[in-house]
Write a protein that binds this ligand. Structure first.
Ligand SMILES: Cc1cc2nc3c(=O)[nH]c(=O)nc-3n(C[C@H](O)[C@H](O)[C@H](O)COP(=O)(O)O)c2cc1C
Length: 328
């Protein structure tokens, strides 16, 4: 990639993008306005269909041109209730993003409807499912990531190892790096590690269009990267029955610190803590309610419009790559 050229990649070519970035499908945070703004800026935006609330998905998809965005779902949740998945599929989105469980049946449906399938993995052991699902894009998610994931791998070594595996088994399959990428340095690093682009969550959570509560976004501006943890605590408080292998990374606030090491006690008798949590959500108290961010929150210091964020990531990554090219 000569200096000065756009950040072209196979991901850009395949999806007609000018910037090799996708914004993550983030349950309750990435609605139609965010996804549309990201796509209009030359990247690929995803609506976070999450647990599959049909009303939420219908409302947010009414705000977008489905042909220009993707939709993401949590596999184990849509396996229990596929209504929102079906509703999204009927709108013919550009891409369907599947995570956290067996993607194969949903992927088959999505491909038959003409959607490109993205599948997010947290370990090498999940890659055969990606191929069986016919995923065009594999997303390698390191443990740094905000929201749900696993403690299995860090982005730095996971991405090149997935690249090598794909080169050996499915060289046409595209790869996005996810987890800890929030500025041009991270985007340049993702490309250097062999990814075709980056999937970015936390940094787009902290934009003007994100549906995250304003108080949570304001709080995030002061959180350092050291101050997040992955655990089951907020899942128990939110009554989300996640499979054991996944944990939820969020700001390590007062409520989180209180229950660390005592998750079993919380699960055994959650009623009082849930009532306290619900009240905190209602009044926007983020010492108690969750602020869903990953380690990259330490790089988040403003809340720009998403289009500005896309342009900034591209500009910064270009500058990093130019500098490195000059050094060589
Ligand atoms: C607020 C939030 C909600 C998320 N919700 C989902 C989701 O519903 N489905 C999903 O596949 N991934 C979800 N993720 C994880 C992202 O897909 C992605 O892996 C992650 O954001 C990348 O790491 P980063 O946050 O450091 O950019 C979520 C992440 C965040 C921050």
């Amino acid at each position: 990639m000569p200096p000065g050229e756009p950040l072209a990649s196979r991901f850009c070519e395949r999806f007609g993008l000018s910037v090799p970035i996708a914004s993550a499908p983030m349950a309750l945070a990435s609605g139609g306005r965010l996804a549309q703004a990201v796509s209009a800026a030359g990247a690929l935006g995803f609506v976070g269909g999450g647990y599959g609330d049909p009303e939420w998905v219908e409302r947010e998809l009414a705000l977008v041109d489905p042909a220009s965005i993707g939709v993401g779902f949590i596999d184990w949740a849509i396996a229990a209730d596929p209504r929102a998945f079906e509703l999204a599929l009927a709108r013919r989105p550009r891409a369907m993003f599947l995570s956290f469980g067996d993607p194969r049946a949903f992927a088959q449906r999505a491909r038959a409807a003409g959607c490109a399938v993205f599948y997010q993995v947290q370990s090498l052991s999940q890659l055969p499912w990606a191929l069986e699902a016919g995923a065009e894009v594999v997303v390698a998610q390191g443990s740094e990531a905000g929201g749900h994931g696993m403690d299995t791998r860090a982005t730095m070594s996971f991405v090149p190892e997935v690249r090598d595996w794909l080169d050996a088994h499915a060289p046409a399959t595209l790869l996005l790096a996810a987890g800890g990428i929030a500025d041009g340095r991270g985007l340049a690093a993702a490309l250097a590690l062999g990814a075709d682009g980056a999937l970015i969550g936390t940094r787009f959570w902290a934009t003007a269009e994100s549906l995250a509560p304003d108080g949570a976004k304001q709080r995030a501006l002061a959180i350092a990267g050291d101050e997040t943890r992955r655990s089951r605590i907020f899942d128990v408080l939110r009554r989300k029955n996640w499979p054991r292998e996944y944990g939820f990374r969020a700001y390590r606030n007062e409520m989180h610190r209180r229950w660390e090491g005592r998750e079993a006690d919380l699960e055994a008798d959650p009623a009082a803590a849930r009532a306290e949590f619900d009240a905190a959500v209602a009044r926007g108290d983020f010492d108690i309610a969750n602020v869903t961010v990953g380690e990259a929150v330490g790089l988040v210091r403003d809340l720009p419009p998403a289009a500005e964020m896309v342009a900034r990531l591209a500009r910064e990554a270009r500058a990093v790559l130019n500098r490195l090219t000059r050094v060589s």
